[in-house]
Write a protein that binds this ligand. Sequence first.
Ligand code: GAR
Length: 199
Amino acid sequence: MSSRKKNLAVFCSGGGSNFKALHQHIQERNLPCQIVMCLSNNSQSGAMQFARENGIDAVHLSSKVVPEEAAFAQAMLSELEKRQVDLILLAGYMKRVPKAVVERYPKRILNIHPALLPKFGGEGMYGINVHRAVLEAKEKESGATVHFVDEHYDEGEIIIQGKVSIAPDETPESLASKVLEVEHRIYTEALVKVLEKMN
Ligand code: GAR
């Protein structure tokens, strides 16, 4: 059993507020892990800029550049393996993780989803679409879920959830910002739980 800090890879497509919150909490709480890379399909994303500014390897990997599926998966695996990544955290990563990578990291890939799974998950349910669907369904509450990634979209074992109540005048945007606050809190809690089980 090794006592070295666990190496984390964070996958992002957008602004990366969850990535930034994780980075901050890992430092403030002196957690036994370190973010060794940020991978993104978007080289100009806020997440990638944050990585570069904070001395974290920013790895751009896009199917536009590597269109062949097996080669894409291999490129991803080689970036992970060369940094001895123990855990992958999807934080607003809007692409599917290749099957070969999911199989190589069983119970080692986490995702955060902006709703209370199993409701409002699956294909097409990302970002603001999720909050629109929640309001259209006239739900009384929503929230966020951190779960393990398996071969089925948004269906892996749930690690933690956090709830928010929905106000009568709620808009998709106001709900998104309430849920995002919960996300920033529970992603670190989920990480702590998973790290405890790994030691
Ligand atoms: C977050 O709300 C996250 O839950 C969502 O994208 C946003 C990314 O924000 N992810 C999904 O919808 C995945 N299905 P961030 O880039 O500021 O962390």
